[in-house]
Ligand binder design. Structure first.
Ligand code: BV8
Ligand code: ZN
Length: 263
């Protein structure tokens, strides 16, 4: 008997069988795993298994060896440029178009945007927004390199000649307070929070989930078992690429007696 794919349990179906007006999707690296982008801490392809974050994703690493750090980020940018949004990204875009969902991501890729989602809040910055490490002037991302382990001298800022750095937030760097504040506001006002593909390890991003109102429905989409948390959540033990289209189907089906969502 072939294994049946997991389906939402009756409690989750019941919890989702109403209209939601303030949906927030909070995504982590697992959101892009089905697009072939390695996650940080899970599975055999964990990015950090091969590259030690303390060596590469910190200001000290950048000061010590800008060419190694810039080469690593350019390789990652090339990987993302060659990847495609997966059905999970497309389902999130549908939820935004039909139900006004907003997206907060820890990811530095552009796959939510390429799936059609607008106004994505990038808590940890973006591979596609390099900037001058001196005057902070944005620098246009050039053609990315798909080869791994390349040492690449970072480009020079055309305005002040400083080294151009990756537009991401490194460990030990503060998140942009405006982005963090907006993300906190959106989650604190949501009535449905979808937490997708995150191990909940990195702070302060992970603590945002706890800001969801007590009466909000929180659904975690992650194939791994979840740590027992402070609040009850619905755990959908599925990948983003399978779980999100299913949730979108449930949320977009007409509530009893109502017209189809987004009609
Ligand atoms: C800050 C950009 C303060 C870079 C990233 C001790 C010393 C120093 C600092 C700290 C410390 N303890 C805590 C800290 C704070 C530190 C931190 O949290 N460290 C962790 C490691 C303990 N945080 C910071 O340093 C932050 N800044 O605190 O500043 C400050 C204040 C004022 C002034 C100065 C400083 C900055 C953190 C940001 C780091 N940058 N990214 C880059 O990308 O190179 S974080 C990085 O991790 C990514 O952005 C990633 O998104 C993020 C979180 O990881 P996840 O997304 O959760 O991914 P992970 O692999 O862990 O999990 C994947 C999940 O998906 C798993 O659960 C898996 O089961 C699931 N999954 C797998 N496949 C699928 C799936 N789910 C669905 N579908 C699938 N197919
Ligand atoms: Zn500059």
């Amino acid at each position: 008997m072939p294994l049946q794919p997991p389906t939402p349990d009756s409690a989750l179906r019941a919890a989702l069988s109403r209209r939601f007006g303030r949906i927030v999707v909070f995504s982590g690296a697992g959101m892009s795993a089905d697009s072939g982008i390695p996650t940080f801490r899970s599975g055999s392809n964990g990015l950090w298994q091969e590259f030690d974050p303390s060596r590469l994703a910190t200001p000290a690493a950048w000061r010590a060896d800008p060419a190694m750090v810039w080469g690593w980020y350019e390789w990652r940018r090339g990987q993302v440029a060659q990847a495609a949004p997966n059905p999970g990204h497309l389902a999130v875009a549908r939820l935004q178009q039909a139900l006004g969902a907003s997206v907060i991501t820890q990811n530095v890729d552009d796959l939510h945007e390429r799936a059609g989602t607008a106004d994505v809040l990038h808590l940890h910055g973006s591979l596609f927004a390099p900037r001058c490490s001196g005057c902070c002037r944005p620098h246009p991302p050039g053609a990315a390199h798909a080869k791994a382990r390349l040492r690449l001298d970072p480009p020079r800022c055309t305005s002040c000649g400083g080294d151009v750095r990756p537009g991401v937030v490194w460990f030990g760097e503060a998140l942009d307070p405006a982005v963090l504040g907006e993300a906190a506001q959106r989650i604190a006002a949501c009535d449905l929070l979808l937490v997708v593909g995150t191990s909940g390890v990195v702070q302060p991003a992970a603590s945002l989930v706890g800001l969801a109102p007590a009466d909000a429905v929180v659904v975690e989409v992650n194939p791994e078992p979840r740590e027992p948390g402070a609040r009850p959540v619905h755990h959908l033990a599925m990948t983003a690429a399978s779980g999100l289209p299913m949730l979108a189907g449930l949320l977009l089906q007409p509530a009893p007696g109502n017209p189809p969502a987004g009609a």
